[in-house]
Design a protein around this ligand. Structure first.
Ligand SMILES: NC(=O)c1ccc[n+]([C@@H]2O[C@H](COP(=O)([O-])OP(=O)(O)OC[C@H]3O[C@@H](n4cnc5c(N)ncnc54)[C@H](OP(=O)(O)O)[C@@H]3O)[C@@H](O)[C@H]2O)c1
Length: 175
């Protein structure tokens, strides 16, 4: 199986969402999300971003599918309509096995939300977690799952400061 990464931003309580949207507004953090998920070594390929239906709906209509990446949406609703350029799958496993066969895809990122992260983090092909750790508590209703013990913290950035909100970029790798 192709390896894949998770990418998320969470608060001190591992909160990632509230009321169906992000609990904070951090444009530079979103820029970094774009950079990490869009960058490829081979310019003839692109990356895929996999998300749950609720995360898809949390992205403003004008900004989806995410530019420069293949957007894949997981839903049990067979009639769910997506615009051209986005692909629908009935399970995470179906999506991963389809992308595995797709030679035009370089790397796969799972970008949320809580339901998708919880399923994906247990799959051995999940090798890397990019976690933006936001200082403070945002009283979220959606959470990142506990990190399994086989993940080791490999990298931590300097503290970033945006609109008075402090955060760090951390990277975890599966041993
Ligand atoms: N901070 C971050 O990094 C970050 C990143 C992404 C999202 N978020 C936040 O997270 C929240 C959304 O997360 P969420 O956990 O509520 O929802 P989600 O994971 O985005 O989507 C859940 C939906 O995905 C589909 N789904 C999940 N597992 C499935 C499976 N095994 N087979 C088929 N379909 C499956 C179902 O869609 P159907 O109901 O259509 O069947 C389910 O209702 C929002 O607040 C969003 O802003 C935060």
């Amino acid at each position: 199986m192709k390896t894949f990464s998770l990418i998320a931003a969470c608060d001190k309580e591992m909160g990632i969402g509230k009321g169906g949207v992000l609990p904070w507004r951090l444009p530079k953090e979103l820029e970094r999300f774009h950079q990490v998920t869009a960058e490829t070594r081979d310019s003839t390929k692109r990356n895929a971003v996999i998300m749950g239906r609720k995360t898809w709906e949390s992205i403003p209509a004008g900004r989806r599918p995410l530019p420069g990446r293949l957007s894949c949406v997981i839903t049990r609703d067979g009639g769910y309509a997506l615009p051209e350029g986005a692909r629908k799958f009935s399970s995470l496993e179906d999506c991963l096995s389809s992308l595995e066969k797709d030679a035009a895809i370089e790397h796969i990122f799972i970008i949320g939300g809580g339901e998708l992260f919880k399923q994906a983090i247990t799959i051995p092909a999940c090798r890397t977690i990019y976690l933006t750790e936001v200082e403070g508590i945002y009283h979220c209703d959606t959470f990142f799952p506990p990190l399994p013990k086989e993940f080791r913290r490999e990298h931590e950035s300097e503290a970033q400061d945006e609109n008075g909100v402090r955060y760090k970029f951390a990277t975890y790798k599966r041993l």
